[in-house]
Write a protein that binds this ligand. Structure first.
Ligand code: HEM
Length: 100
């Protein structure tokens, strides 16, 4: 699946209630600045759940694609209360945006 960053920017609106893309800006959720290929649970200054912090995940595009479908399934006990995005194209677009 090829993602479209411009379309992903629109999808990101559903994440913005909890996440900023600006470096160092943590809200309900951690900043998503440079999140692609980062080790889970390593955004400076954010108070993660043990489940997220100890997940051992690296946020590759593939891992994000699975996670964003159903966060609770990928990381049982995560405090990210978000049902997920069932539409694979929306997830691909969102990941393209997060990379951009
Ligand atoms: C964690 C992405 C929506 C709250 C995360 C992480 C990612 C992510 C990649 C892991 C960060 C890391 O390990 O450093 C997204 C995306 C969203 C979205 C792309 C939209 C599709 C939301 C929403 C909320 C939220 C709507 C609030 C209702 C959180 C919280 C965490 C988190 C609290 C930390 C989880 C923990 O420590 O267990 N998010 N998120 N997210 N997100 Fe989201």
């Amino acid at each position: 699946l090829t993602g479209d960053a411009a379309a992903g920017k629109t999808v990101f609106a559903v994440c913005m209630s909890c996440h900023s893309r600006d470096e160092g800006v943590n809200n309900v959720g951690p900043s998503l600045y440079n999140i692609v290929d980062r080790q889970a649970g390593t955004i400076e200054g954010f108070n993660y759940s043990d489940a997220n912090k100890n997940s051992g995940i690296t946020w590759t595009e593939e891992e994000l694609f699975v996670y964003l479908k159903d966060p609770q399934a990928k990381i049982p006990g995560t405090k990210m209360v978000f049902p997920g995005l069932p539409d694979p194209q929306k997830r691909a677009d969102l990941i393209a945006f997060l990379k951009s």
